[in-house]
Design a protein around this ligand. Structure first.
Ligand SMILES: C[S@@+](CC[C@H](N)C(=O)[O-])C[C@H]1O[C@@H](n2cnc3c(N)ncnc32)[C@H](O)[C@@H]1O
Length: 227
């Protein structure tokens, strides 16, 4: 039977990880693509969509960002919340941990200076998902998407992301270009990068900047609103 990467799957996985490796969860460093791609940005409002146990949200908050960290796993969110409190009130107070299903949840239009989404399985259409997240980016803000590719292009073998649909360079670029056509998005990075670790394949990394001026793109179609 095909594996469903749904809320139950992730909740079971996070429950196991938090029980068996609490120290790893509490101390995991932020993702290298995030630190290298957004480290130079002026802190503002950030969304970490599919934050897991919050390594990236915590790093952003420690750097001065106000972060909305969204995930549908309560166990992962609780782990992130606890790690934040360990770091002190100045970090913890800058993060809102939000339990929501990204299959339905939409960011407020043109709200975030940074929308980051790393390694999230997409249950529906990649184009719709990318478009929905992009609509949450404020004028001049940054969209950072990272997806683990399911097949290692060098060996043709499955990676740990096999069976999942995550963002690819091609689909993300196409979705952003469609926005671009209507309002000047700029794609600064769109490439596959080898992952550390044999057999783990490549990551798709996409960084794009929203037009400086607010656009009519801000208004999501009714289909994109949270139900
Ligand atoms: C592979 S983990 C990545 C976590 C984190 N972004 C990172 O880079 O370490 C994927 C995360 O996405 C969350 N997720 C997957 N589908 C989701 C959905 N539809 N809504 C909310 N969260 C989702 C899972 O609960 C999990 O925490």
């Amino acid at each position: 039977m095909e594996q469903a990467f749904d809320r139950d799957f992730w909740e079971r996985r996070w429950d196991q990880v938090v029980r068996e490796h609490p120290e790893v969860v509490a101390t995991r460093p932020p993702n290298g693509h995030l630190t290298s791609e957004v480290g130079e940005l002026e802190p503002g409002r950030a969304l970490d969509a599919g934050c897991g146990h919050g390594g990236e949200a915590l790093w952003l908050a420690a750097g001065g960002w106000r972060v909305d960290a969204v995930d549908f796993s309560p166990t992962a969110l609780q782990a992130g919340r606890s790690a934040g409190l360990e770091l002190g009130a100045d970090v913890a107070d800058r993060i809102a941990w939000i339990e929501a299903d990204l299959g339905r949840w939409s960011p407020p239009p043109q709200h975030y200076d940074l929308v980051a989404c790393l390694y999230v399985h997409i249950a529906g259409s990649v184009a719709e998902f990318v478009t929905r997240l992009a609509r949450g980016v404020a004028p001049g803000g940054t969209l950072l998407l990272v997806g683990h590719r399911p097949i290692d292009p060098e060996t043709g073998a499955d990676t740990p992301a096999a069976g999942q649909v995550q963002v690819s360079v091609g689909e993300a670029v196409q979705a952003i270009r469609a926005l671009e056509a209507a309002g000047g998005w700029r794609i600064d990075v769109a490439e596959e990068r080898r992952r550390a670790g044999e057999g783990s394949g490549v990551d798709a990394v996409i960084r794009a900047v929203a037009p400086d001026r607010p656009s009519a793109q801000a208004e999501p179609s009714p289909a994109f609103h949270t139900t």
